[in-house]
Each structure stands twice: as C-alpha cells, then as structure tokens.
Design a protein around this ligand. Structure first.
Ligand code: HC1
Ligand code: SF4
Ligand code: SF4
Length: 574
C-alpha cells in the first residue's frame, strides 16, 4: 500500500493506483473526457490536471501513479481555470447544435460545459465540414462532432482487436475515420457498436429506426409485432433512473402495449428454441464425431469477425440461427398461420441491446426463411427508451404485464443468453437431458459465469467428459482459436468440444446499443439481474418450456427436422 494525501487528507491506496483512481476511491471526482475505465489511460484531453504540493507543474491525474508521501491537490481556482480553458478550446471546434444531437442531455462534453459554468465562447470558432459516414446499417460516424478523445479507436483496436477506426491527418487536420480513410462498411468493422457505447459525445451513434417504427405503428392495416431481447430487461430501467440490473420485464411489455404494438413476444422464448436446435446439433456432432468444436453463432459481430479473419473455421459454426432471427421467422410463418394473417401484413420489430442486430437482419443468408424479409426493424435499448419518453409513458409506475402467447413464455435458460456464458449454460442444461434422458437436479454451471475474458470447464455427462470454452470481448477470442488451431495442426486432441463467443465484454448485457456508461461494476449488476431472472423462473430448462413443446408438435416436428432446418437454420459459405 502507498500512503498519500488527497487535498491534505491522509489516504491509503494500492501501489500503482493513479491519482485519478485514488481521488475517486476517496469520493473526489476529477473531470476527464478521454479516460474510460475499460481502457488504458493515454492522457489525450488534458482536463484531469492536478497539482502535487511542492511542484510547480500540473500533471494528468489519469496517467500518473501516486507516490508515497505526496500531497495531491485536485481542486483550486487555478486548476479549475485551466480545466475550463481546455473545455472551451474543445468547444471552439465543436458544433453548438446540442438541441439536434442524439446525445443531447446525455453528453459528457455538455455536462462538463455545464459543470464549469461556460456561458460564452472565448476562442474563435473553428468548425470543419466533414462528411457523415452512414455506410453501415448499425452505426453513424459524424466526425464533425468528434472531440479527438480517441476512446472509439482504442475500444476498436485494443478491446475488440478489429482496427476499423483510426486517426487520420495531423495537427488541426486530425480526424477520426474508417482505417485507411475509407467508409466503415469497407473496413473490417464488425458493427458491435462498442465505439458508440464509449464515445463521450454524439460523434458515433446507432443508425436509428425509431421514425420507421412509429410509421408502422400508425398504419391500421399492419399487424405490428415486437420481440424483446434478454439483456434489455436489466438495462432499460437505467434510462428511467433505476439501478443497473433492475428487472423491468413486466413494465417493458406494458409500455410496448401502450405504444400500440399488436403482439408482444419475447426473444427469450426464441432463445429456448435456439437451445433445442443447437443442443441437438451439438449432441449429434459429438456422438457422430463430426466437426468439433461446435461454435455458437448468435452474435452477428462474432460471425462477421470469424468470416473476415478465420474463414477456414466456418465449418465449425452452428447453423442454428440466432434467437432474434428464429423469432422473426416463426412470427411470419407459425404465428401468421395461427392468426390467419398474411406474412406481408405483419411487421416484425426487435428491441435489442445491440447495434449489430441491425446488420444481422440484412444478411441474405439469414433473412428470408418465411418467404419474405423475416425481421423488418431493429431498435436498440437506447432507441426504445427514447420512444417510451416520446409516447409520454410513465415507465416506472407501469403495472407489470405479461407477454403474449404462443411466443412469449420463456425459461431461465432463455434469459441467461444475455450474459457471457449463458448460451453455453443453457445448452448444457438441455444437452444433458438429450444425452441421458434425465434432467439435471442442479442446473447452475458456475465455471462458465463471470466477467473473466476466457472461461473453461469440463462437464461430466454421466461419465462422458465435455470440454467447453466461453470467450467474450472480441480481442479475447484469438487465444481460444489459437489453441484449437494448434491442436488441429499437430493432430492432437481438440482442447474443446463446444465454444461460445460474444463480441461484447460481459455479453449482450453490455452491448453497443445499451444505455451509456457501462463499466465492469454496471456489467456485473446487469449480469446479477439476469441470473436473478433465471432463478425466478419456475422452469429453467429450455426443453421443459410447454410452448416450445407445442411449437414442435404443432409446426416444427422435432429439433433438427427438415422443417426446423428450413425455418431455423442457415448456412455459412467461406
Ligand atoms: Fe443477445 Fe441473443 S443474447 S445475441 O446478446 O442470442 O442482441 O440480449 O437477443 O438473437 O436471445 C443481443 C441479448 C439477443 C439473439 C438472444
Ligand atoms: Fe470498431 Fe465495433 Fe465500432 Fe466497428 S462498430 S468501428 S468494429 S468498435
Ligand atoms: Fe450484439 Fe450481443 Fe454480439 Fe454484442 S455480444 S455484438 S450485443 S449480439
């Protein structure tokens, strides 16, 4: 431990702690713009300057570790004046169109300007006209709004290992752009939206479809159906002042009904369906000794990544579609049949924690199982919260409501899809039954839970050992694939039979479309929320969901059947 003073008060912190962290641990907030807990500090913005007693120089608190015996001064008139000037300089290059900005009232620069009481611009305004990049269906890059903090590029490069974004130009000409100064859809961008989730201002944001969805809801001849993803329910509350992890499923359904949706279904039901297909696929490959490891494909950013960087591994992909796409396909076939509505008269809207799901619905190999486009629009959690506010709904005081049937009831296994390790755990709960004919008495697989980047476990299914790996945050997958490829090259035993991959840190609970501000602490709260939702369910295994049993007996025949393949599977071409 190191003994220092913060503003004259004795504190003890761990060796290596920065001044910024030491202050935070002692309830003092030093303002920053470029710093983010997920990233190594790189001292770009200069707002976090502090003084050390006895030294004439100011240092940047985010990147300076504390020294034994030092007294750090975080706030005095001079420090505040310097910080204010830095913010004013940034504002001189920043458009003043806050009223029209997607980050209005949720912008870190706006907050700083407010905190420093900036009422006029002392520096000459120097704006640049730069084109907006809206080349992907997922995110929009508006470089005019960029404050050059570098968070987006760092996230893309260091956390995701994608390198789709970089700084172009020098000095005054510096700007953020697709790497190599090309449009994002031509870069290796995997559409995860982590850049947008980490941008402190409105320079990168989701490609919004709120207007399209309001238009659909206005049309009387359209039957507008909505599905809500697992991770939305434990994060949407944050937009209305609730603690991260608060489960708001019933309020969500009620809000959607008030907004005018004709049927409200739950992607968690489709997650149960995915498990039926994927666990069947796994058990079949495992018992026949076919291509293993089997690799999950419900995260479209991960699918995109593997296709771009490791296309030789495509045969390892599960052909089972993601829950989002299975649900859309079932709405425009099974549900349309049951209701006697033509699929063309149905609009399917998904509410997802994810910007990449906007891309998934445009993939030719995924989108037409019902004969027409299965899923029409994807809204992120952030867009959903805005629409609730636009509709004037008092979200927090809504009485809880239920989803509709036959595609609304879910099990605990379905809800944990939203956390890293959840798909694997859900699959194992049902695979055990498929192999042994018996149900587990203890369904929790602790080894695949948690925020650690790579998790491994060996599961004993009545004497048969199944080795699994779970990776999340795109930059962590490389190591897992290396182990598989090494064993393949050496002809050794494969290290894993089954691998789950999610592009976002912690899984979808921290997807690129979730409410802003995710840190590991917030991720953990959302994770806890989904595991609480799991234990709250009377049924916790997908194969026991009575509506899953019904959809097979009514329509799909059995898991892995020809009909199930037609509607619920896809194929990937190298
Ligand atoms: Fe996800 Fe999934 S868990 S991918 O993260 O498999 O988006 O929540 O909807 O499709 O179910 C996202 C979440 C989501 C799918 C499911
Ligand atoms: Fe990089 Fe993901 Fe942003 Fe694309 S969406 S630029 S991959 S962080
Ligand atoms: Fe989307 Fe989830 Fe994949 Fe993130 S982990 S890109 S939220 S599907």
């Amino acid at each position: 431990m190191v003994n220092v003073k913060i503003n004259g008060i004795d504190v003890q912190v761990e060796e290596g702690t920065t001044i910024l962290e030491a202050a935070k641990q002692n309830q003092i907030k030093v303002p920053t713009l470029c710093y983010h807990q997920d990233l190594e500090p790189w001292a770009a913005c200069g707002i976090c300057v502090v003084k050390t007693e006895g030294s004439p120089k100011m240092v940047r608190a985010c990147a300076t570790p504390v020294h034994e015996g030092a007294n750090y001064l975080t706030h005095d008139a001079e420090i505040v004046e310097v910080r204010k000037s830095v913010v004013e300089m940034i504002l001189s290059n920043h458009p003043d169109d806050c009223l029209y900005c997607p980050r209005n009232q949720n912008c870190e620069l706006q907050r700083l300007a407010q905190e420093f009481g900036i009422r006029e611009q002392p520096f000459e305004k120097n704006l640049r006209e730069l084109p907006v990049d809206d080349s992907t269906p997922s995110i929009i890059l508006d470089p005019e709004k960029c404050v050059l903090c570098g968070r987006c590029a760092k996230v893309c490069q260091d956390m995701q290992n994608v390198w789709a974004l970089e700084f172009i130009g020098r000095g005054d000409e510096t700007r953020i752009a697709g790497a190599g100064d090309i449009q994002l859809n031509e870069t290796p961008c995997i559409k995860c939206g982590q850049c947008s989730a980490h941008c402190p201002v409105g320079a990168i944001y989701e490609n919004s479809q709120c207007g399209n969805v309001w238009n659909e809801l206005r049309q009387t001849d359209k039957h507008v159906v909505v599905q809500v993803a697992p991770a939305v329910r434990v994060a949407i509350g944050e937009a209305f002042g609730n603690a991260p992890g608060t489960i708001m499923t019933g309020q969500m359904y009620a809000a959607l009904r008030k907004m005018g949706f004709d049927a409200i279904f739950d992607t968690n039901f489709a997650a149960d369906l995915t498990i039926m297909e994927e666990a069947t696929e796994f058990v079949s490959r495992f018992t026949k000794g076919e291509t293993l490891p089997l690799i999950t494909t419900c995260c479209p950013s991960w699918v995109d990544y593997l296709e771009k960087y490791y296309s030789e591994m495509i045969p390892h992909f599960s052909t089972a579609k993601s829950p989002q796409m299975m649900m859309a396909s079932m709405i425009k076939s099974y549900y349309a049949d049951q209701k006697g509505i033509k699929p063309e008269d149905i609009t399917v809207v998904s509410i997802m924690p994810c910007t990449s799901k906007k891309y998934e619905i445009t993939r030719d190999d995924h989108m037409f199982s019902s004969g027409i486009q299965d899923c029409d629009y994807v809204l992120t959690t952030r867009e959903f919260s805005r629409m609730i506010k636009q509709a004037g709904i008092d979200f927090n005081s809504l009485p809880e409501e239920e989803a509709d049937n036959p595609l609304g009831m879910y099990t605990g296994a379905g809800t944990i899809f939203g956390v890293s390790g959840g798909v694997m755990e859900a699959a194992l709960r049902s695979a055990y039954n498929m192999v042994t004919g018996e149900d587990l008495t203890q369904v929790n697989f602790q080894a695949v839970r948690g925020i650690e980047g790579i998790k491994e476990a060996e599961i004993d299914i009545k004497g048969t050992k199944v080795r699994v790996a779970v990776a999340h945050q795109m930059g962590n997958i490389e190591e897992v694939l290396k182990r598989v490829k090494k064993a393949q090259a050496e002809g050794g035993e494969i290290p894993y039979h089954f691998i789950e991959v999610m592009a976002c840190r912690g899984g979808c609970i921290a997807g690129g479309g979730q409410p802003y501000g995710a840190t590991d602490e917030i991720r953990q709260q959302r994770i806890d929320g989904l595991y609480a939702d799991d234990t709250k369910q009377k049924i916790r295994m997908s194969h026991q969901n009575p509506y899953i049993q019904k959809i097979y007996s009514d329509f799909l025949d059995k898991p892995g059947s020809e009909k199930a393949h037609k509607f619920l599977h896809t194929h990937y071409t190298p």
